[in-house]
Design a binder for this molecule. Structure first.
Ligand code: ADP
Ligand code: X2W
Length: 290
């Protein structure tokens, strides 16, 4: 009996948040790091569909770095990353687009359908909503680092996104952008999510990855529940925040800097971590604040 009463209490707790977030846009970025297990991905998509059915307006942005690595390996190419971004030549771009758009995006849209919601893939082979220019990374002594056909976001078509949301459809965005000349650029999916959240004035940005949160030291259990821009800068300088975490903190700061109320990094391997973050009092993961 107590178990049943606890379940009802969880629903009542959720009710307050369901009312608070009615109509609010939340951008959920799904990292390739949690896509190994189809059940984990499906459960996350189910959570997003739940959010839509209780009145939120979720937008999904997905990555797929691990799957691209595997496809590159099969093609005899070695993946190289600089500051969390993949060095991308023509062949790599073609592989990344195929994996991200034809496999992952398509799969997520189909899964949305199985949970009774409607998803629409927005990407380089359909209606693209993300436009970019070539990204040059900052190197030592003011030098710029060229990593090929990698982009940074210049513009997000928020009008198209709003129209899709107004139609009750969940946008599912893949991180291959168009450039001004009609070419394509590979953009880190966290960066895309941060700019999408900023452009559409989202309430929240949630980056779902394979870590309980951001480590503050070498100790894997030393996780931060909150981090400010100054603390993040220090952790980058000391090398504690590195690799794939770099674009996540940058994206979170882009979003909160533009007025998005909350940016979170949560662990998608915890069942229903997304619902726990949005609909309960006990926040999980790391929240990035200004
Ligand atoms: N300070 C840190 N705290 C937590 N994870 C970190 C940190 N610095 C680097 N990382 C790495 O970032 C990874 C997440 O980035 P990434 O592999 O690109 O994930 P995703 O595919 O979800 O975008 C973690 O698994 C971890 O290895
Ligand atoms: C330029 C760049 O790095 N693009 C990423 C796009 C996919 C991505 O970001 O996937 P995750 O979210 O799984 O890391 C890449 O090629 O891996």
């Amino acid at each position: 009996m107590q178990h049943a009463i606890d379940k009802a209490a969880a629903l009542v707790e959720a009710h307050a948040y369901i009312r608070q977030f009615a109509g609010a846009v939340v951008v959920v970025k799904i990292g390739g790091s949690i896509m190994d297990e189809p059940d984990t991905l499906a459960s996350l998509v189910q959570d997003v569909c739940f959010m839509a059915s209780v009145g939120m307006r979720p937008i999904m942005v997905h990555g797929g770095g691990k799957a691209i690595n595997a496809a590159m390996g099969q093609a005899g190419l070695e993946a190289q990353f600089v500051q969390g971004r993949r060095y991308t030549d023509d062949r790599t771009l073609a592989i990344a687009e195929h994996v991200l758009v034809n496999q992952i995006n398509k799969g997520i849209v189909e899964t949305v359908g199985t949970y009774g919601a409607k998803g629409l893939g927005l990407h380089s082979l359909s209606s693209c909503v993300v436009f970019g220019k070539v990204l040059k990374l900052d190197g030592e002594e003011g030098r710029k680092i060229d990593i090929g056909l990698v982009g940074e976001v210049e513009r997000v078509n928020a009008e198209v996104l709003s129209a899709v949301l107004d139609a009750g459809i969940i946008p599912v965005i893949a991180p291959i952008a168009r450039d001004a000349a009609g070419g394509k650029l590979n953009i880190n999916a966290d960066s895309v999510a941060g700019h999408v959240a900023a452009a559409i004035n989202a309430e929240k940005l949630v980056l779902v990855s394979d870590t309980h949160g951001i480590r503050r030291s070498e100790d894997v259990n030393d996780l931060a529940s909150h981090l400010t821009r100054a603390e993040i800068d220090e952790l980058i300088q000391s090398g504690i925040i590195s690799a794939g975490m770099l674009p996540k903190v940058e994206a979170s700061l882009t979003a909160v800097g533009a007025g998005v109320r909350k940016a979170h990094i949560i662990d998608g391997r915890i069942p229903h971590s997304l619902l726990l973050e949005v609909y309960t009092e006990s926040g999980i993961g790391t929240e990035i604040v200004l």
